[in-house]
Design a protein around this ligand. Structure first.
Ligand SMILES: *[C@@H]1O[C@H](CO)[C@@H](O)[C@H](O)[C@H]1NC(C)=O
Ligand SMILES: *[C@@H]1O[C@H](CO)[C@@H](O)[C@H](O)[C@H]1NC(C)=O
Ligand SMILES: *[C@@H]1O[C@H](CO)[C@@H](O)[C@H](O)[C@H]1NC(C)=O
Length: 511
């Protein structure tokens, strides 16, 4: 099944150079009319392959052999840190990171439609001679999210031996339905209206690919397996859940740890942050359809007014957190969309209310969800005599919880890579993240990488400011954090494999 898909992709790639079909739907109208558009995409893929082949030829010394032979003592650990830093910051790596990331940025794709993104990743993995399988994260709810999905990729570097440790590094792939308004990036601005990499996933994919190139160049010296997960549909589609269900964690060799990371605009560029326990929130989305009885605006007594009903509901929903959650705990209920009516003298028959619920535990999330449901029914039907149906997203997100034991180890690696020389221990945030499903399946750490102090609006530089929030239409990735991501992934992989090997030796010795 997966092999067939692979064959299909290479067929598509061949076609790409001959006619307009494979990419026609993804380029903007302007470029479709421009004869050179397809050549543009073909050329772009060629540059990405070229940049990949250069970074693939980076050679490293025997620092890694020494590191493993000396059980990561202080001297070999410092040497390794410097070696990884130099490889991650080399000219060929920087060139690769910028070329690949900008190509992904030009072609944003929303959840379960990440076809081009998947092709670019596969092209790079092939160029790096890294084996992979495709077809991961099929869309289980095509009635809710359009697209069949299956654009996820699982790749392997290392021995793939069941007797040696295996760890996961993961990156998310999808973009958002936002019209890009980022300044000073004309050369690589989104080519598709209303689609944009406004959450940095183009950077996440690229950082993981950079680490893949680095790790591949020392593959023979790694006593274990690094599994790379390129995961679609993070923005509400639970692609992470699909990949866990499809076996991406339990696959042989069974993974023992997983690591993920996210660029973070509210932290300064180069800072690395995380915390033990829940880091990101459990998240649920709701949609309420209200059915009243429409009529003349001058005769409200003959109607069941859905606008008054939902106005009251929006206010009542605010009291749930205020009066049900302990002031020392966290919870959020935000109504984000209200739609109804289309004339100034007609009371409409229907209204729709949408929003999201957040909490730091699944238990608390479920409590809030029940309250939203009962408050909706009571307000809409009991008080206002309208009917309401409420629906929730097909897969709520659990909180992203960092394993407490693993965190004690991971924070040292974060500190090693951080420009600040220490890992910032931060408060949890109410953003949701579907790495949560992976972290439920295997002890994990998720990191935030600061990117908020880059760029400048100075006429002279014209580099976009990087402190716009995630999902903001002016969001800009700070490309300087990509080598930091490469370093963090690489250190986590190489060092956690030694940690796991030593732990195994210890338990064997005890027996
Ligand atoms: C990374 O490399 C660039 C040159 O490509 C150099 O200017 C910069 O100082 C290096 N950064 C670090 C932290 O080594
Ligand atoms: C609500 O649903 C009931 C049962 O289907 C129906 O009889 C009633 O007319 C509905 N009320 C409104 C205001 O639509
Ligand atoms: C292995 O056991 C030794 C002795 O008990 C201990 O000092 C060390 O921390 C252990 N190492 C690991 C990786 O668990």
């Amino acid at each position: 099944m997966k092999l067939c898909r692979l064959a299909l992709f290479s067929q598509l790639l061949l076609l790409a150079s001959v006619d307009a079909l494979p990419f026609g739907s993804r380029v903007s109208k302007d470029s479709v009319e421009d004869d050179s558009s397809n050549d543009g995409v073909t050329q772009e893929k060629k540059s990405v392959r070229g940049a990949t082949s250069k970074v693939a030829r980076q050679s490293s010394t025997d620092v890694l052999t020494k590191f493993y032979a000396q059980n990561g003592d202080d001297a070999s650990s410092l040497e390794l840190k410097n070696e990884i830093h130099n490889l991650a910051n080399s000219t060929s790596m920087q060139h690769f990171l910028v070329t690949a990331r900008r190509s992904l940025h030009r072609h944003p794709e929303v959840m379960y439609q990440e076809e081009f993104t998947s092709e670019v990743i596969q092209d790079i993995l092939k160029e790096l001679d890294i084996p992979f399988t495709t077809g991961w994260a099929k869309n289980a709810h095509p009635d809710v999210f359009p697209g069949e999905g299956g654009y996820g990729i699982v790749a392997h570097i290392g021995s793939q031996s069941e007797d040696q440790p295996c760890i996961i590094l993961r990156a998310d792939m999808d973009a958002l339905p936002i019209l890009e308004q980022t300044k000073y990036i004309d050369e690589f601005k989104s080519r598709t209206d209303n689609k944009m990499h406004a959450c940095g996933h183009d950077g996440h994919v690229t950082m993981l690919l950079g680490a893949a190139a680095l790790l591949k160049s020392v593959e023979a010296k790694i006593p274990g397996t690094v599994r790379l997960l390129f995961q679609p549909a993070e923005e509400g589609g639970a692609g992470g859940k699909r990949m866990v269900e499809e076996g991406a964690v339990s696959l042989s060799p069974q993974a023992q740890h997983a690591f993920g990371m996210h660029v973070w605009p509210t932290l300064p560029t180069g800072a690395v942050a995380s915390r033990s326990g829940p880091l990101l929130a459990a998240a649920e989305m709701f949609e309420i359809h209200v059915e009243g009885k429409g009529g003349h605006a001058a005769m409200p007594h003959l109607t069941k007014d859905p606008i008054v009903a939902v106005s009251s509901l929006v206010l009542n929903l605010q009291t749930i957190v205020a009066r049900n959650v302990s002031p020392l705990e966290s919870g959020v209920i935000s109504v984000t969309q209200v739609t109804s009516g289309d004339a100034f003298n007609v009371i409409p028959a229907n209204a729709i209310v949408k929003g999201t619920i957040r909490a730091l535990s699944t238990e608390r999330l479920m409590e809030l969800r029940d309250k939203v449901q009962s408050m909706t029914m009571a307000t809409i039907s009991d008080v206002y005599g309208c009917n309401a149906t409420i629906s929730f997203s097909p897969d709520f997100y659990p909180p992203t919880v960092n394993d407490e034991n693993l965190f004690q180890w991971s924070k040292e690696i974060g500190a090693l890579v951080s420009k600040e020389g220490t890992l910032r221990d931060i408060e949890p945030t109410m953003g949701g993240e579907d790495f949560a499903f992976i972290a439920e399946a295997v002890p994990s750490t998720f990191f935030l990488i600061g990117q908020g102090s880059g760029g400048s609006e100075n006429e002279k530089y014209h580099v976009p400011r990087t402190d716009f929030g995630l999902h903001h239409p002016s969001f800009a990735l700070d490309e300087h954090v990509m080598p930091i991501g490469v370093e963090l992934h690489s250190n986590l992989a190489i060092r956690s494999i030694l940690k796991l090997a030593l732990e195994k030796e210890n338990t064997t010795a005890e027996k």
